[in-house]
Design a protein around this ligand. Sequence first.
Ligand SMILES: Nc1ncnc2c1ncn2[C@@H]1O[C@H](COP(=O)(O)OP(=O)(O)O)[C@@H](O)[C@H]1O
Ligand SMILES: [Mg+2]
Length: 351
Amino acid sequence: MARITCAALTKKYGDVVAVDALDLEIAHGEFMVLLGPSGCGKTTTLNMIAGLEEISAGRLSFDDAEVTWTPPHRREVAMVFQSYALYPNKTVRENIASPLPLRRQPAAAIDSAVAAAAAQLEITHLLDRRPNELSGGQRQRVALGRAIVRNPAVFLMDGPLSNLDATLRLSMRGLIKRLHQDLKSTFVYVTHDQAEAMTLADRIAVMRGGLIQQLDTPEGIYERPANLFVAGFLGSPPINLIEGVMAGGAFSRGGWRLALPNPPADGRSVTLGLRPEDVMVAAPGLARLDARVELVSPLGSETHLDVVAEGGLKLTLRVPKEWRAAVGDQIGFGIDPARLHLFDRASELRL
Ligand SMILES: Nc1ncnc2c1ncn2[C@@H]1O[C@H](COP(=O)(O)OP(=O)(O)O)[C@@H](O)[C@H]1O
Ligand SMILES: [Mg+2]
């Protein structure tokens, strides 16, 4: 296992700062997910940890040893790519074994390591095939097998499930999570898929523009987003963001007023965040929101409602499937003020 410490880790491509003085400590055996939109610096960060990309400034350490300038093959890391990167002319068995001969192990040890990895990934029956005779999911299992046999201290995965269809992604997600539980190695996993990040991570680093926006557990990121960007990036459908101003201790927008538990000072311009699922049947003790239903999207397990509230405010809400709402219905929703998120409009930071 290895603890990974990034200290002011920086990557510049000419004038482009791809990763901007990133500080991040990843614990022994932790499953860390780097999450963010395309171009935010996830791959560059991973490649610097792998040694595939030269570090422009800052330090990288594994446990207490600095590895900033250590070549990749001496870092005890294994990388799994979105594109699988298998040898097309080698069999599955040879692909999985490919990192091993360099280490001069006896043939029997290699055979048993390959067999164990293949069994763990349930691809024993595929060992004599070549990559072009495999599905995408099977190819990614082979790539995982090739990583496992090296018994690395650190697994680095760059969008390993991005090329798979939705159903396969779900089952492969489970496989990767089990693998982490079995191997107890440190995992650093890059994705732009929030559901993948939420389900896999011990902690998530949400990135934007080469900077970490928030580092926290999945629950922490979802329940207490540090700023508007993080709030908007996680959640499906996305959080409703409502601009207003503080007046008389209440959030105020047009004629709609909402008393808040710890209100910021009057006059402050704020953005209120309402998760689509944080509405309920109107009841005493709850704030009330009256809205007209514009669109009903039943998903089976739940229903999404697009509604228009007072002042033309458009919201998307998630309600239990038992709610029988129809287009044109006027519904009074209940909102628990304690479940709302409040952000300063200028700084975009959570209040
Ligand atoms: N080889 C390169 N040359 C110049 N710019 C690059 C290079 N690789 C990445 N970048 C830039 O660095 C930024 C981060 O890229 P990347 O780490 O690939 O993002 P992500 O993996 O989050 O999509 C982007 O602005 C990208 O255009
Ligand atoms: Mg990338």
